[in-house]
Design a protein around this ligand. Structure first.
Ligand code: TYD
Length: 202
């Protein structure tokens, strides 16, 4: 069986985390081995870098480089070996998040990120990306009840709107890979949307 690389994306508060376990269980029920992981993070070094990038102030370019440094390690230690072993890798965020947050949110030129992407994983893209999309007001209301916010969740004003717009532009640019999920629906409605997509995959 060949490996399958699935990524989950969306603005903070779009609800992707609520569906991770369900998604993994649904795929396991189809007889596949599932490896769940996340970015930034996924490896011991990546988790250290996550702590730093989520909490230490830094230049936007440093932020992008740290994301890709963590990703480089994640790819060689976790993602590539799991795919080679025929597993289904589900990553909570990947490179689309860098384009959305560091380009859309922070304003870095896309060409910079495209060069890093080419360097770090020019040969590998997710097979499927589930983009959880909700209006930023709904996402903000959900986050208001959440735990202590990180550097991204604390951003004010238009930041999250720019992140969302950048995600939607990527979905329009890669319609075969990126499937937009309406994250404003109830849990059950979102799961029905996911079940239909899974039905086309396995
Ligand atoms: P998130 O995945 O939302 O985790 P949690 O649900 O625990 O808050 O947090 C990761 C944050 O990192 C999120 O705000 C988006 C940001 N991020 C980037 O800015 N660029 C990236 O390349 C990645 C992977 C994440």
């Amino acid at each position: 069986m060949s490996g399958l690389f699935i990524t989950l994306e969306g603005v903070d508060g779009a609800g992707k985390s609520s569906h991770l376990d369900w998604l993994a269980a649904a795929i396991r029920a189809r007889g596949r081995v599932v490896r769940m992981t996340r970015e930034p993070g996924g490896t011991p070094l990546g988790e250290l870098l996550r702590e730093i990038v989520l909490h230490q102030p830094m230049h936007p370019e440093t932020e992008a480089l740290v994301m890709f440094a963590a990703r480089r390690e994640h790819l060689s230690q976790i993602i590539r070996p799991a795919l080679a072993a025929g597993e289904v890798v589900i990553s909570d965020r990947f490179t689309d998040a860098s384009f959305a947050y560091q380009c859309g949110g922070r304003g870095l030129p896309e060409a910079r990120l495209a060069a890093l992407e080419q360097w770090v994983h020019g040969d590998l893209q997710p097979d499927l990306t589930l983009l959880f999309d909700v209006p930023t007001e709904i996402a903000a209301a959900r986050l208001a009840n959440a735990r202590e916010p990180d550097r991204f969740e604390r951003e004010q004003g238009e930041f999250h709107g720019r992140v969302r717009a950048a995600y939607l532009r990527r979905a329009a640019a890669y319609p075969m890979r990126i499937r937009v999920i309406d994250g404003g629906r109830t849990l059950d409605e979102v799961r029905s949307q996911l079940a239909v997509i899974l039905g086309t995959l396995f």
